[in-house]
Design a protein around this ligand. Structure first.
Ligand code: PMT
Length: 403
């Protein structure tokens, strides 16, 4: 999303200006070309040389500077940008922009650009709550500016409250969202991820190797493309993707309750979770002890098949399942597609290197109801997720027939 994009990064004069250095580094790492404009105040906190060195481009500070205008004029900066990000955006910059004042290079460029603008305010909590600031922020929102709210915490000024610049990684993710096609907007996606755990006793459980990476990648891609996303997740070590509502579950029965309770509100469901088909018939209240007689037999009972149940009760929802197979990939996947009433199934042979559990990549085949099959090469799970959403958008628009 950021590769080969041109980002104009405006840095204004707050203590959080030092975090803009890390932000710049992340944009460059993601493949973006970054041009930096600093206000006079920003130059008091961090030197332009730091941004110049890391961006590989001259830093712009003056509106009326003959040399800087010759190299690349401020209108060219405004025109060239795919996205303009101001981080930190002080109350002063927000106030000037809301009042139509363009008296320095940053505010002039902001007035001149046609690119989407993301403002990331950071300031003292009392300034942030000041009604004049609130009015200015609202009027910018009304004009179509994007604003990423500050977070709560200890502020450099000694106060505690809302006013801290969000983590640079969160700003980068929001930038990706603003540059992504919003072709999944209007959809409510319910996606499941990770393993389930079926407890044997207070210290042991039956589970599988799912890391959650595949389902989390889908949640993230869908959110970047505009969907509302609820992620029902078994136990994983992964952070919640930005803007996604995560519901934590442990067992298959927990997952069933969470999924069925949210099904009516969903327009699309993708079940990437590796749900345990069986659970111990009894959960021991105390840690099971060795019985001193060698072996031990565990009695298991069947868990509900959540996806099959969704297939039975679905109304308008588009249902997508995954099939994790170790033999007869296509035969087993096609049977699951039919038996569970799915619109699409993503089949992965989990014995292949680079596919399936815990890997950063996957190798999948997409099986449709009309009998078609599509084979994707080995791709990062983020890319598999992206391509899967492409296909779902096409199914929803009728570009790919669903029956
Ligand atoms: O999490 P990762 O480490 O990234 O690994 C990704 C993955 C291998 C887990 C993922 O790509 C995958 O294949 N997920 C589905 C795993 C699975 O449980 O497959 P299955 O063939 O047993 O189940 C078929 C479908 O029915 C799945 O969509 C599953 O979520 C669903 N199911 C299964 C059993 C059950 N009791 N209820 C269900 O809803």
């Amino acid at each position: 999303m950021l590769k080969d994009k041109t980002i104009l990064l405006g840095v204004s004069g707050g203590i959080a200006a030092y975090k803009a250095v890390e932000l710049l580094r992340l944009y460059v790492k993601a493949g973006a070309a970054v041009h930096v404009i600093m206000t006079k105040g920003a130059c008091e906190f961090v030197t332009p040389l730091t941004f110049q060195t890391l961006s590989g481009h001259p830093v712009h500070t003056e509106l009326f500077n003959l040399m800087q205008e010759m190299e690349i004029g401020h209108i060219a900066l405004a025109d060239r940008a795919d996205l303009v990000v101001v981080a930190p955006a002080t109350a002063n910059v927000i106030g000037k922009l809301a009042g139509g004042i363009a008296d320095d290079l940053l505010t002039t460029t902001l007035m001149a650009t046609k690119a989407p603008v993301l403002l990331v305010p950071a300031m003292n909590v009392n300034m942030y709550e000041n009604p004049i600031y609130r009015r200015n922020e609202q009027s910018l929102r009304d004009c179509g500016y994007h604003i990423l709210d500050p977070i709560c915490g200890f502020l450099a000024c000694g106060w505690e409250g809302k006013g801290k610049l969000p983590d640079p990684a969160v700003i980068v993710e929001e930038s990706r969202r603003l540059l992504a096609p919003q072709d999944f907007a209007g959809e409510s996606l319910l996606v499941t991820a990770g393993p389930t755990r079926e407890e044997l006793d207070p210290v042991r459980f039956l589970s599988n190797h799912s890391s959650g990476k595949m389902g989390y990648a889908i949640a993230r891609a869908a959110r970047l493309r505009g969907a509302q996303v609820v992620l029902v997740s078994g136990p994983t070590a992964l952070p919640v993707p930005c803007g996604v509502e995560r519901v934590d579950v442990v067992s298959a029965r927990d997952m069933e309750t969470a999924v069925l309770g949210r099904f009516a509100a969903a327009t699309v469901v993708i079940k990437a979770a590796a749900v345990a088909d069986y659970r111990p018939a009894e959960r021991a209240g105390e840690k099971i002890k060795k019985n001193g007689q060698g072996g031990m037999v565990l009695e298991l009972e069947q868990n509900p098949d959540i996806l099959r149940r969704l297939g039975e009760v679905k109304e308008r929802q588009l249902l997508v399942g995954f099939a994790a197979e170790t033999a007869d990939l296509l035969g087993n996947a096609r049977r699951k597609l039919e038996e569970k009433g799915l619109d699409l199934i993503v089949a992965n042979d989990v014995t292949m290197p680079g596919a399936g559990f815990d890997s950063d990549t996957n190798i999948v085949r997409l099986l449709y109801r009309d009998g078609r099959m599509e084979e994707l090469p080995q791709l990062d799970k983020d890319e598999v997720a992206w391509q899967l959403i492409d296909r779902i958008v096409a199914l929803r628009r009728g570009v790919i027939p669903s029956r």
